[in-house]
Design a protein around this ligand. Structure first.
Ligand code: SF4
Length: 63
């Protein structure tokens, strides 16, 4: 089971994750990314990986 998280110490609030994968991420009240689907599957997993590659801070973690 793959877990999707954002490292809050690395996230700088660029917003690429929720631009690239709005079904998996959202924006908190301060503009930082949050995960809405912590256990992505199938197509969601591909989108999660794409979001990870798009994050300039490498704050999107798939474990
Ligand atoms: S793209 Fe990366 S740095 Fe930007 S909000 Fe998402 S997790 Fe944070």
């Amino acid at each position: 089971m793959t877990e999707l998280r954002i490292d809050p110490d690395l996230c700088a609030g660029h917003g690429r994750c929720f631009d690239v994968a709005p079904d998996l991420f959202a924006e908190d009240e301060e503009g930082y990314g949050t995960v809405t689907v912590p256990r992505p599957e199938g197509r969601q997993l591909a989108d999660a990986r794409l979001a990870g590659r798009s994050c300039p801070e490498q704050a999107v973690l798939l474990t």
